[in-house]
Ligand binder design. Sequence first.
Ligand code: AMP
Length: 282
Amino acid sequence: MRIIRSINLLRNELKAVRSKNQTIGFVPTMGAFHEGHFSLMRKARRDNDIVVVSVFVNPTQFGPHEDFKKYPRQIKIDELFAKKEKVDIIFYPSAEKMYQPGYLTYVNVTNISKVLCGRSRPNHFNGVATVVSKLINITEPDVMYLGQKDAQQAAIIKAMVKDLNFNVRIKICPIVREKNGLAMSSRNSYLSQKQRDEAPILYKSLVGAKNKILSGKTSSKSIINWIDSNIKDNSSGIVDYIECVNADTLDPITKIKGRIMIAIAVKFGKTRLIDNIVFHSR
Ligand code: AMP
């Protein structure tokens, strides 16, 4: 496995790969690997000749008061993990090379970047769409692997790839959870023991809501209220949002019908956790 920091060097390496008609699977990440990342790497490994994983804590997707500075960075440990998963190349660029002086260009996927997490993180998805566009142009992968954990991000990237005719297929992989249901996230390392014990209430509430819907409840409002009380009554979490949306368009729904997603964001202290569940209602 190689760690490549240079954009040009990576381009040359991958040009050689393509000239041999080998396929490239690409997993974009911000590092601090956990089982969620490994699941994407394993899928990419099974499907492709060459697996490229990028590790880049992208400054343009963090708000001014967010955790860019303290986001966990552990490239040496990540390197060992990635080697174990038989990754071929870690692309580990610097912010200075990705955003050179005079940088002007940003990608804005309208509408769906403004809902859900976009409300409390106004420029976040422009930063994500911009960096992912750059990473696609640099690696030119056959397939890019994303996690359902960041469902809105996945929907935005899918729309961007379609709208801008990027020549890449996208595979969305299921959410990997701790045994207690907590969705794995690099940010879970910020949680205190008490918060860690409380945080599984997110998934428990999503499953509880799904069961209510499958047994006949159809009002989004009453489902949202139930989740809200369940989280408030059983944890110190502060709800940012709870929404029932169409799973494909992310449009809010009032009467639950068809393939839906319930998405939530809850703050435990300064740590903001997100989770979601997608299913067919009746
Ligand atoms: P991140 O390093 O947090 O930017 O995540 C990199 C990729 O891993 C994204 O496509 C995430 O959606 C995905 N990912 C993060 N956590 C999980 C998880 N618990 N299960 C599945 N995929 C995940």
